[in-house]
Design a protein around this ligand. Structure first.
Ligand code: CP
Ligand code: NVA
Length: 312
């Protein structure tokens, strides 16, 4: 038996450091097996997984569907507007009904509370495919990518530049804390991580030996960085604050000049989709630093690990 069997994954906070390690080790093994020709590993044969989307998705949707298929399960992608959920059927009713049909629910939602409600009422595991608060599947793939490129995360300095208060920043902060690495968030004060997330990361760091820093000045922050990470300035659902974000984040663009202040062999990461000319320039995302395609690929392998562990 494994400790993740039957569990929800709403937040990186739900995982102990050992459980994060288990996911990453499993992901690495599944990736190796995939590349040695084992395309289908039917650990989840006969299972069905509902994938609910309240917002668009390319990577998460396709990699979750493919992950399920490669494990022998059947994925059932459902847009919110094609469910009665879109006409006002309560989340708690949807959760109880789907629990009678499928083996797990994964959902991409606007409000993290709706995921919590789903998990409270569902009798099957619920997995976060992105909420306003966190993007845990992204962070697990990111940690896997950092280990592939840089080795033991304990010796790696990861600097996240930009909106420090979004889902991707929160989950990255938490996962690096769980793995005992060094994470710097570089944002204007108005976009520092949420206090409860930062407190949780600091509490974890006290156990794992991680280093957590908030450094507003991006040029100062990226000194010695092994990884420079950014995400969009305006997340899905925040379109009304575009002008304010551009004003706040003007100096936080990851460009060649900023990359030149990082470590010599620094890599550039972005969860994608990217807005070239805004949070990152074309020459950085297309340049020698960029590992974004390998990073995107690892969504598949990391999610196969999550599904295999939770559903078996
Ligand atoms: N990074 C990520 O989650 O991308 P999608 O929005 O395309 O799923
Ligand atoms: N922070 C971004 C991530 C997209 C994958 C958003 O929520 O839109």
């Amino acid at each position: 038996t494994n400790p993740l069997s039957g569990r929800d994954l709403l937040s990186i906070r739900d995982l102990s450091p050992e459980e994060v390690r288990l996911v990453l080790d499993t992901a690495r093994q599944l990736k190796l097996r995939y590349y040695s020709g084992e395309r289908i590993i039917p650990l989840l044969a006969g299972k069905t997984i509902a994938l609910i989307f309240e917002k668009p998705s390319t990577r998460t949707r396709v990699s979750m569907e493919v992950a399920a298929i490669q494990l022998g399960a059947h994925p059932l992608p459902l847009r919110r507007d094609e469910l009665q959920l879109g006409r006002g059927e309560p989340v708690k009713d949807t959760a109880r009904v789907l629990s009678r049909y499928v083996d797990a629910i994964a959902a991409r939602v606007f409000s993290h509370e709706s995921l919590e409600e789903m998990a409270a009422y569902a009798t099957i595991p619920v997995i976060n495919m992105l909420s306003d608060l966190e993007h845990p599947l992204q962070a697990l793939a990111d940690a896997m990518t950092i280990e592939e490129k840089k080795g033991d995360i304990k010796n790696v300095k990861v600097v996240y530049v930009g909106d420090g208060r979004n889902n991707v920043a929160h989950s990255l902060l938490l996962v690096i804390a769980k793995l005992g690495g060094h994470i710097v968030i570089s944002s204007p004060p108005a976009l520092y991580p949420r206090r409860d997330v930062l407190e949780a990361a600091k509490a974890t760091a006290a156990e794992t030996g991680a280093t957590i820093e908030i450094i507003s000045d991006p040029r100062e922050a990226v000194k010695g960085a092994d990884v420079v990470y950014t995400d969009v300035w305006v997340s899905m659902g925040e379109e009304s604050v575009v002008d304010e974000r551009r004003r706040l984040l003007q100096g936080y663009q990851v460009n060649v000049e900023l990359m030149s202040l990082a470590s010599n062999n620094a890599i550039f990461m972005h969860c994608l989709p990217a807005h070239r000319g805004e949070e990152v320039t074309e020459d950085v995302i297309e340049g020698p630093w960029s590992v974004v395609w390998d990073q995107a690929e690892n969504r598949l392998h990391a999610q196969k690990a999550v599904l295999a562990l939770i559903l078996s």
